[in-house]
Design a protein around this ligand. Structure first.
Ligand code: ZN
Length: 467
């Protein structure tokens, strides 16, 4: 165990055996402690206390604990004008910045990067972190001081790009879709840390583009710039109104569903700079395919939204999305599709999960008729492989539950009203509370029978027999 303690102390890396050792007493009381330890770890991830690193063969799963990371001396992000490939956001607290905010954001951005299939080891320190965001972008987060107040700077940068022949492409600003997404993630997480903006709050700022003086930095509120046509500044000694068009272009809400990626890219930082290079010389081949894919996703998701079935899809995708918070926060079907896209479950070249979704939710005749023919072409195989039998049963369960039965069950389990606003939300919450547990369904089935919902119980009974 000493070796694991040293690893935690020196490298900020927590090995699974040490987690088990620390929780030993709490876990022996439980019947299925393996599930419990997974839940503990998920909880710690949700609170931004740790994130998963690539597992090692001898020590099992490994986690990085940001609060244990080392400080890199004389290496801070600076307040300065952005270069051609960077967009910066400054987080300035109204009163104070809780220490944990930095760690929480680091964990969040690393998980996003991992969801997108990035397996590079991020460069993490107590004062600065550099994380690859997607194939062409990386973010840097750092603790800085503004007016002697601890603040944060977030830089979104576009990597230098090189084509397949090794020729550098002209540098350009990050994709507006990426900036918008990073901003959204930033706000979501800050809003969780600052639940009441009135008492203790924060501002998101950018450096004033009128006076541009990093010595005596003057900031403009980002939100204001995005909503108004002009910003004003008097710092140069005269009143100047400047158009906000440039700022708005950086964050222009993106119309594409997923970042368009025309050719696969490799990334490399051995030159000292983050760089993306195309792996294929055949340009533009799949641009149209990607567009069709996006149109199809938008059509399908609109259909599910319109029929108020987004919560059903949340229940269906529960095992596919690693962070429960992401799932619960999604408000549209398109949000859910983006999560699937990010973790690789959904690709322009692999629509199996959409096909399986349509089959499991029994919406084939209705959805497919209306969408472009790429789905129809992919519809040759109807054997569901994307979802477990258990998950499919839960969808069936939701389809037979009537509104008054949903109310009754919500009451039996003493849930707050918002946790059973429909059958899908009810089932999802019962799962989160482990009342519905794949490995132990009989107590739940018994409850259904006890309150006279035998027809509902039958939907699940069959599964018990199979096991
Ligand atoms: Zn100014």
């Amino acid at each position: 165990m000493a070796k694991f303690w040293r690893k935690l102390d020196k490298e900020g890396i927590l090995a699974e055996p040490l987690v088990r050792y620390l929780w030993e007493n709490q876990l022996t009381a439980s019947e299925d402690d393996d599930d419990d330890i997974k839940d503990f770890i998920e909880l710690m991830k949700a609170f931004g206390l740790l994130f998963e690193k690539n597992a090692s063969e001898e020590d099992g799963r490994l986690f990085v604990v940001p609060s244990r990371m080392k400080t890199k001396p004389n290496n801070r992000l600076e307040i300065r004008k952005d270069d051609e490939q960077t967009v910066s956001i400054y987080v300035t607290p109204k009163d104070f910045l809780p220490d944990a905010v930095y760690d929480v954001l680091v964990v969040r951005f690393v998980s996003l990067s991992q969801d997108r299939g990035r397996r590079d080891d991020p460069k993490l320190f107590q004062n600065k972190a550099e994380i690859i965001f997607d194939d062409k972008h990386y973010v840097r987060l750092g603790r800085i001081y503004i007016d002697n107040k601890q603040s944060l700077k977030l830089e979104i940068s576009r990597m230098k790009e090189r084509d397949a022949y090794g020729v550098d492409k002209p540098t350009c600003k990050p994709h507006p879709g990426v900036c918008t997404e990073v901003l959204k993630v930033l706000k979501q997480n800050l809003d969780e840390v600052y639940p009441s903006k009135k008492v203790v709050g924060y501002e998101l700022n950018i450096l004033c583009s009128v006076c541009v003086n990093p010595e005596k930095p003057h900031f403009q509120e980002l939100e204001y710039c995005l909503k108004n046509e002009y910003i004003h500044c008097y710092k140069t000694g005269e009143h100047i109104a400047m158009s906000t068009a440039n700022v708005q272009n950086l964050f222009k809400a993106d119309c594409s569903v997923v970042p368009v990626q025309s050719t696969p890219l490799i990334t490399c930082d051995k030159t000292g700079q983050q760089m993306a290079m195309e792996t294929d010389n055949a340009h533009g081949q799949c641009a149209k395919g990607t567009r069709d894919f996006q149109v199809m996703l938008t059509q399908v998701s609109k259909w599910y939204d319109k029929h108020e079935l987004t919560n059903m899809l949340k229940l269906l995708y529960k095992d596919k999305v690693s962070i429960a918070g992401d799932l619960l926060r999604s408000t549209t079907t398109l949000d859910l599709f983006k999560l699937l896209y990010r973790n690789g479950s959904l690709q322009p070249t692999d629509l199996k999960i959409i096909i399986d979704t349509i089959v499991v939710t029994n919406t084939r005749g209705i959805v497919v008729q209306k969408v472009s023919d790429i789905l129809c072409k992919a519809f040759h195989e109807t054997n569901v492989t994307s979802f477990s039998i258990h998950r499919q049963k839960l969808i069936k369960l939701g389809r037979v539950l009537l509104p008054h039965e949903v109310k009754m069950l919500g009451g039996v389990y003493d849930l707050p009203k918002e946790q059973y606003k429909d059958q899908w939300t009810l089932i999802l919450n019962l799962e989160m509370r482990r009342e519905i547990n794949e490995n132990r369904m009989s107590p739940f089935i018994q409850v259904l029978k006890d309150i006279g919902l035998n027809h509902v119980a039958t939907e699940l009974d069959h599964e018990e027999e199979c096991m």
